[in-house]
Design a protein around this ligand. Structure first.
Ligand code: TEU
Ligand code: CA
Length: 553
């Protein structure tokens, strides 16, 4: 067995903050940096070691900050650089590190680089982006944007199209241009020199495109799929290794790449143990288990069998050669307890704790998305006017417009899958707007905030919050949770997800999770109960959504 190199980020639990929805300190209905600073004690109480901060840079907010117009300035709505410096210092005082969101596959169309680039075909910044002539009077190829429509936007001033894999206000940077790499690495070093502790790297597996930008030869939908020509492209590892040499190496940073649609083999390269690229990656397989006639847009629930097959594959596939991230929730995903658990009043708390146990006892760095520690649920929006997300609204327009779904079917898909499910305001207490703002929130607060909020949980030993605290404490205290080998158990069981964690020559933990609302047979009683979401247990069976962590040797 390969001896794991000990690193702080392998032993850490990371909390993701989506600043727009976390805490509003000045009554404008939008979360901000001073709101984060005001709640650092809450995060210290939870016990997390680091915060992944979704983008806080200057942005016109076409994609809520994932469209950056100035990498070295703070978004007006979030505050000032002084506010950022204060938040960073206050977090460090509490032993909490700050990981920034690095969005360098694309910029905003309002970034100075793009403003210059679009001025003329001879502008020195022209090749910072992908500009192409029309082909047969149409877009240069048949690629579709992630947010609906073509991936190309015509620019009349220079009679060419520019590439945008996301919104038309998010033009893709041309990483083949060494001047782009110089500018990005210079910016990264500037942030590192300010004292930040790492980067989450947005769609980093997409930064190297097939130079020919070829058509998808067999488009299935309204547009062609760009992934085969963009994901893990020809020079992606060359560029990440250059980033490692010029920025990351020699600094003790947490680095996690967002790398959707990749294989175990690719992940081993991005997150390899020799640390020549990144520390770890976010793979998407377990959050994309129900591809339907319109990609991820479905009301179909993932099964335990599919979830276990995927997570076990990633646990055993990276064992000893690369480091995993562990997540069920983030700002792009529906709420875990609604998607994978049971958000009914009877089972929401039990199943939220069960899901947390299943995830946090695995091998890798766990990520808690804001509100997950409270058991917050999907938004349940019934009106299209309640949605704010550019992806949800663009997809509704495209799929209903093309007759793929009726409006009712698409609304049901949005309720199940929309990113806005995770972007409703953090629920702090049972006062108006859940204590998120004294103004009008930029997006509706979930109607269940009076029952589900932090104030009702922080002092309740039986709350989801207190359970997350206990899980984090167990990870901090028991080295088997961090460094123990993952060994699957009961791989065909229809109801129970079980596995062991073996710290060679030391001790072994066993984890049993009932994914159903029924009592099920399970011979779990084989050791000392370290943690459970039930106070009492029954031999040879698991109660509804029961989770048990045992020391078995
Ligand atoms: O997400 C990229 C990405 O793959 C998701 O947009 C995904 O396509 C979908 O939303 C969830 O399956 C990153 C950021 O996390 C996302 O918030 C941004 O919108 C996107 O990149 C563009 O920066
Ligand atoms: Ca505010």
């Amino acid at each position: 067995m390969v001896k794991e190199t000990k690193r702080w980020w392998k032993e850490a639990v990371v909390y993701q903050i989506y600043p727009r929805s976390f805490a509003d300190s000045n009554g404008d209905g939008i979360g901000d940096l001073n709101g984060i600073t005001a709640h650092l004690d809450y995060l210290q109480l939870l016990g997390v070691d680091a915060i992944w901060l979704s983008p806080v840079y200057q942005s016109p907010n076409d994609d809520n900050g994932y469209d950056i117009s100035d990498y070295r300035d703070i978004m007006d709505e979030f505050g000032t650089m002084e506010d950022f410096d204060r938040m960073l210092a206050e977090a460090h005082k509490r032993g909490i590190r700050i990981v920034m969101d690095l969005v360098v596959n694309h910029t905003s169309d309002e970034h100075a680089w793009f403003v210059e680039s679009r001025k003329s075909r001879e502008n020195p910044y022209r090749d910072f982006y992908f500009w192409r002539d029309s082909k047969d009077g149409r877009e240069p190829n048949n690629w579709g944007s992630c947010f609906g429509g073509s991936a190309w936007e015509y620019d009349e001033a220079t009679d060419q199209y520019y590439l945008h894999l996301f919104s038309k206000k998010q033009p893709d940077l041309n990483w083949d241009n060494p001047a782009v790499r110089d500018a990005v690495f210079d910016m990264m070093n500037w942030w590192c020199d300010k004292g930040i502790d790492g980067f989450r790297m947005d769609v980093i597996s997409m930064i190297s495109k097939e130079p020919e930008l070829p058509d998808d030869p067999a488009p299935k939908g309204l547009y062609g799929d760009f992934n085969p020509f963009v994901n893990c492209g020809p020079r992606v590892h060359e560029y990440i290794q250059e980033m490692n040499r010029r920025v990351l190496s020699g600094r003790d940073l947490l680095t996690v790449g967002e790398t959707g649609n990749i294989s175990i083999e690719e992940a081993r390269r991005f997150a390899n143990a020799d640390e020549s690229e990144l520390g770890m990656i976010f793979q998407f397989e377990h959050v994309e288990l129900t591809p339907g006639r319109a990609g991820k847009w479905t009301t179909e629930k993932p099964t335990l069998a599919a979830l276990r097959k995927s997570l076990n594959k990633w646990q055993t596939g990276l064992e000893g050669c690369a480091w995993n991230s562990l997540y069920l929730d983030n700002h792009d995903q529906p709420r875990a307890v609604s998607r994978f658990g049971n958000d009914s009043p009877e089972f929401r708390v039990r199943s939220a704790k069960m899901l947390a146990t299943m995830l946090h006892m695995m091998k890798g760095t766990p990520y808690i998305y804001q509100g997950e520690e409270l058991g917050m649920t999907n938004a349940g929006f019934v009106s299209l006017e309640d949605y704010r997300d550019i992806e949800s609204l663009g997809t509704y327009r495209d799929l209903v417009g093309a007759g793929v779904y009726t409006p009712e079917e698409m609304m049901a898909c949005l309720q199940e899958i929309s990113r806005d499910n995770a972007r409703t305001p953090m629920q702090w207490n049972d006062s108006e707007n859940a204590g998120f703002t004294t103004g009008t929130p930029w997006i509706r607060v979930n109607d269940n905030y009076r029952e589900i909020n932090a104030a009702a949980q922080v002092d309740d030993p039986d709350s989801v919050f207190s359970y997350y605290r206990a899980l984090i404490r167990l990870r901090h205290e028991d080295p088997a949770v961090v460094y123990g080998t993952f060994v699957p158990m009961l791989e065909e069981d229809p109801a129970v997800y079980a596995y062991r964690r073996v710290l060679e020559g030391d001790h072994t933990l066993a984890v049993y999770c009932n994914f159903t609302s029924e009592e099920v047979p399970c011979g779990w009683d084989c050791g000392e109960v370290l943690l459970s979401n039930y106070a009492g247990h029954k031999a040879d069976l698991l109660q509804p959504y029961e989770a048990i962590v045992l020391r078995v040797g």
